[in-house]
Design a binder for this molecule. Structure first.
Ligand SMILES: Nc1ncnc2c1ncn2[C@@H]1O[C@H](COP(=O)(O)OP(=O)(O)OP(=O)(O)O)[C@@H](O)[C@H]1O
Ligand SMILES: [Mg+2]
Length: 263
């Protein structure tokens, strides 16, 4: 295991305490499929506790990046650090790291059992005591406003309700990072607003780092503190949401924000 020594020092009780402000650090990361490079990022630091919006046209490599950040796929090349530690294919520390993150997809995959069982699943797998499981699961269902669905079969839920259950299942584990890949693209406006509210609350209450891929640039503007704009596998521009929307530095970012086709 290697540590990336880009840390900053903060004062605590008169002593200098080393902290790492970044949850992810990417160095010269690329991903190729069948010899074709679909993602190539020279350098990218993701700060802890922020909400990021990842935008860009179809095929830009957004989902590929999320899969790498979730360790679902290894990069073809380069170094990925999580909380300052290298991520390699094997090793117990990688399993420990994975437990600190969770991913929510466009279409949630729910088990064919009750809503309650779906939400408690991760806690049970991690060996929590029964009374803690009951309390945490009920709290999470309350957070997403679906307490009355506790005993319903999860497969009988509407798309919006199912996505809220997926969020409850994620938040119950108190992840350090939540990765969302177009979580609202199948939902009606009312459920879009609910999912955004839940995500923001999760970030505010638990300090969770949120990384959301979205095709809806207005959603990125509403929810994100920082925007990453990808195009053809490259990180073209990053910056505060205000800067990206009001003063983009790259013509392609400006065009994309304005809804124009870019090539
Ligand atoms: N398993 C795979 N095998 C081969 N090519 C792949 C694979 N996964 C992704 N790709 C290709 O990599 C490129 C980037 O795909 P990716 O899914 O990351 O794009 P995206 O930005 O998420 O697009 P979208 O907005 O349409 O979801 C695309 O050209 C895609 O066809
Ligand atoms: Mg995608």
């Amino acid at each position: 295991m290697h540590l990336l020594l880009i840390h900053c020092c903060t004062e605590f009780k008169g002593r200098c305490v080393i902290i790492n402000p970044f949850v992810y650090q990417l160095e010269d990361i690329s991903k190729s499929y069948e010899g074709k490079k679909v993602l190539s990022v020279d350098k990218l630091d993701i700060e802890k506790g922020k909400i990021y919006g990842i935008i860009g046209p179809s095929g830009a490599g957004k989902s590929t990046l999320l899969r790498i950040l979730n360790f679902l796929e290894p990069p073809s090349h380069g170094n990925l650090f999580f909380n300052g530690m290298t991520v390699t294919k094997a090793g117990k520390h990688v399993l420990d790291m994975r437990r600190k993150m969770t991913m929510v997809f466009q279409r949630p995959i729910l088990f064919d059992t009750s809503v309650y069982n779906n939400v408690k699943y991760g806690l049970a797998a991690r060996g929590y005591a029964k009374k803690d499981i009951t309390k945490l699961t009920s709290n999470a269902l309350d957070e997403v406003g679906l307490t009355e669905f506790t005993n319903r079969n999860a497969r009988s839920l509407s798309g919006g309700e199912a996505q809220r259950i997926a969020l409850a299942r994620a938040m119950v584990l108190k992840p350090e990072v939540i990765l969302l890949d177009e979580p609202t693209s199948n939902l009606d406006p009312a459920n879009v607003a609910i999912v955004e509210k839940i995500t923001k609350r999760l970030h505010e209450k638990q300090g969770t780092t949120v990384i959301m891929v979205t095709h809806n640039i207005f959603q990125a503007q509403r929810i994100a503190e920082e925007i990453l704009f990808f195009f053809k596998g490259k990180l073209i521009e990053r910056g505060s949401t205000d800067k990206i929307f009001n003063n983009p530095q790259d013509d392609r970012t400006g065009a994309f924000i304005n809804g124009e086709m870019i090539y």
